[in-house]
Design a binder for this molecule. Sequence first.
Ligand SMILES: NC(=O)c1ccc[n+]([C@@H]2O[C@H](COP(=O)([O-])OP(=O)(O)OC[C@H]3O[C@@H](n4cnc5c(N)ncnc54)[C@H](OP(=O)(O)O)[C@@H]3O)[C@@H](O)[C@H]2O)c1
Length: 339
Amino acid sequence: MAAPKKTMRALQYDKYGGGAEGLKHVEVPVPSPKKGEVLLKLEAASINPIDWKIQKGMVRPFLPRKFPFIPLGDMSGEVVELGSGVTNLKPGDKVISISFPNGGGLAEYAVAPASLTVARPPEMSAAEGASLPTAASTALQQLKAAGVSSFDGSGGSNGPKNVLVTAASGGVGHYAVQLAKLAGLHVTATCGARNLGLVRGLGADEVVDYKTPEGASLQSPSGRKYDAVMHCATGTPWSVFAPVLAGEATVVDVTPGIAAAAKSFLQKVTFAKQRLVPLILMPRKEEMEWLADMTRQGKLKTVVDSRYPLSRAQEAWAKSIGGHATGKIVVEMGGEDEE
Ligand SMILES: NC(=O)c1ccc[n+]([C@@H]2O[C@H](COP(=O)([O-])OP(=O)(O)OC[C@H]3O[C@@H](n4cnc5c(N)ncnc54)[C@H](OP(=O)(O)O)[C@@H]3O)[C@@H](O)[C@H]2O)c1
């Protein structure tokens, strides 16, 4: 294991807006791990839409906490230094980590909280490891929020039986389809025409092109009503969900706008049986460990849309903003790009 350098290559932005052009290549000091943190030599990091939404100013004035800001919270690499108080990891460990909202992943080195850093099994590549934390944790928490408590294929006794996954070809959706199948549920999924086969291959029982009238109205080809929806697409009004839901149903929305939040509040206070539940990911170490183990066992696969070296990270950023990734977009720090 090489000793960390004093400076490193990174990409950062120094104001809101600007898209991919706003990301600048810089040489900056390698960060030092504080109490409870680890320093990682990064092998890969993955982009989530929240990363460029923060740059757009959609979480202004809370995030980013300061400029200039090195984005990306999902990362995979090797522990090179421990901050004080870290006892569960050691230099040389291969790990995956979430550093959100502090970011730092678009760089050769990054600090991450030890409390959200877990071992990366040898069966899992760095790209897969960097893909997993936010997207797969979100999918898992969506299913749990809908009442799914077991992922052993038994279908659970009281949880949902028929679920819909929207944007099933995306980072979150492609994990949601697989996790729902691990739970033994009947899965209907929406995606674009080019990804119908891929999503079927992930295990979905029925797949609908979202650009057809049936897809736009979220209808299941077999006429099933949904007990739960893992909603990963954006901008779907409640009036589209209502006709396709079972009498008691939960729509777990990871992209809620103001109208959705208001609808959710109203449904809660009126004890409605069909409920929209907004979800914001709360990362949990034990869930990341479980997801890594599912990958190790070959039960959970990561679809990588594309890989870019750090020198071409702006292209990766633009691809994510474009909204048409199939699976995850990964930036890799090693290989041809390394000094
Ligand atoms: N609340 C949270 O904590 C949380 C956590 C993670 C993610 N999110 C949010 O969840 C959303 C999804 O994230 P992601 O990483 O999965 O995004 P993503 O990977 O960028 O999603 C892109 C995919 O979505 C498909 N798609 C877009 N609109 C669709 C529609 N109306 N119906 C069906 N498919 C559609 C696209 O298909 P085509 O290319 O065919 O158009 C593409 O394959 C984002 O808005 C993200 O910010 C929230």
